[in-house]
Ligand binder design. Structure first.
Ligand code: URA
Length: 246
C-alpha cells in the first residue's frame, strides 16, 4: 500500500491545480477513482495504487519531483523570502507542495543550472563536499588570466578575506579568452563555500563580473531552457545524478 491522502490533495499533487480547483472538478462529476465517479473530495485514496482519471485521462502521481532550472540573475536561492522573489516563485505551486527545495545555492546575481528536488537525500549528496560532485561555472572577470592562474587554481588557493579564511581544493581552470580588460574562463570546483568562485578569482586579483553554472556532475544545463525556464529531470538524468553521488 502506498501513501494515503485526501483526493483533492492528491489531485493538486498530480498537477491539477489547487485543492479548491480539484474539489470543483470532483463535484462536477469529472473525476473517476478506480472506475467509479468520485463525489467526496475528502475520501482517503492510496496515492500509489489508485487509478485516478479526469475526463477519462489517467493522472500520474510521482512521490518525488526533480527540476532543472535555468536560474536568472536577480532571484534568491531560497525556499521563501518576505520581500524578494525566490527560485520557488518561478515554479508552479505544486513543487513547493511536494517539498521541492533548491539543492545548493547560487548567489542572487549568479545564473544557470539549479536543481530543485523533493529528495532530501539526493540534495544532500549533491551539496556535500564529501561526495566531490564537480560543478562547472563560466566566469567573466575584469582582468587578465594567464597560465599562472591555471596553476594556482590547480595547486589549491588559500583564501583569506573579509568572509574568513580557508584552503580551497584544487580546481581546474580553463581559460576561454583573455585580455587585460576582460577574460572568460571555466572553472570546475568540488565544494561550495560562500561565494567560493568569486573569492577564488579575487585571490588572484580579478573580480567576477558575470557567473553562470553550466553543470553539476554529469548533468549539464539544457541549452533549450531560456533564463528563468525550467523542466523536470528525466529518469535517466536522475539516475545519472544518483550514480554521481552514491
Ligand atoms: N561561487 C560563487 O561565488 N557564487 C555562486 O553563486 C556559486 C559559486
Amino acid at each position: 500500500m502506498g501513501e494515503r491522502m485526501r483526493l483533492d490533495k492528491l489531485m493538486a499533487l498530480m498537477g491539477e491545480g489547487t485543492r479548491s480547483e480539484a474539489r470543483a472538478l470532483i463535484r462536477a462529476g469529472r473525476v473517476l477513482v478506480d472506475g467509479k465517479p468520485a463525489a467526496d473530495p475528502a475520501a482517503q485514496i492510496d496515492a500509489g495504487a489508485a487509478d485516478v482519471r479526469l475526463d477519462g485521462r489517467a493522472l500520474c502521481y510521482r512521490p518525488t519531483r526533480h527540476v532543472m532550472l535555468n536560474k536568472p540573475a536577480g532571484v534568491l536561492t531560497a525556499a521563501r523570502d518576505r520581500s524578494q522573489r525566490t527560485v520557488m516563485d518561478l515554479l508552479p505551486p505544486l513543487y513547493a507542495a511536494m517539498g521541492c527545495m533548491p539543492a545548493g545555492r547560487l548567489d542572487k546575481d549568479t545564473e544557470g543550472l539549479l536543481i530543485l528536488t523533493s529528495d532530501g537525500q539526493l540534495a544532500h549528496r549533491l551539496i556535500s563536499p564529501r561526495h566531490e560532485v564537480g560543478k562547472v561555472y563560466e566566469a567573466r572577470v575584469d582582468g587578465l588570466l594567464a597560465v599562472a592562474d591555471v596553476e594556482a587554481f590547480a595547486a589549491g588557493l588559500h583564501i583569506d578575506d573579509a568572509d574568513g579564511a580557508f584552503d580551497a581544493r584544487a580546481a581546474a581552470l580553463t581559460i576561454v579568452s583573455s585580455s587585460p580588460g576582460e577574460s572568460v574562463a571555466r572553472v570546475r570546483v568540488t565544494e561550495g563555500r560562500y561565494h567560493q568562485v568569486k573569492r577564488m578569482f579575487a585571490a588572484r586579483g580579478v573580480s567576477v563580473t558575470h557567473l553562470k553554472r553550466l553543470s553539476i556532475g554529469a548533468l549539464s544545463l539544457d541549452p533549450a531552457l531560456a533564463s528563468g525556464q525550467w523542466r523536470e529531470l528525466t529518469d535517466e538524468e536522475v539516475a545519472l545524478l544518483k550514480r554521481e553521488a552514491p
